[in-house]
Design a protein. Structure first.
Length: 90
């Protein structure tokens, strides 16, 4: 799905129509809507990309809990930054 294709703009408008009614409520549903749209977008390109995004999401979720606990927060942040830079370099 290319950004300048017709199917992308249909997808984009559909996501906006789902997102904006729930965006003002300050709930986690707006984040889940965007996360689901991201998974669909990446999965439309290649299923392996959606799996990679799911794994990265899970890893950063665990790293975020490590940082939130406060013990060795700089270690968790360093791992997260290293992972992110490594994935971008790959």
């Amino acid at each position: 799905m290319l950004v300048n294709s017709f199917i992308f703009w249909i997808f984009f408008i559909a996501v906006l129509l789902l997102y904006f009614p729930i965006a003002g409520r300050k709930s986690q549903w707006q984040n889940m809507c965007l996360l689901g749209a991201s998974y669909f977008f990446y999965g439309y390109i290649h299923v392996g990309m959606a799996v990679l995004l799911a794994v990265v999401t899970l890893v950063y979720y665990v790293l975020g809990h490590g940082v939130a606990k406060g013990k060795r927060a700089s270690l968790w942040c360093g791992i997260g930054v290293s992972l992110g830079v490594g994935l971008l370099a790959y």
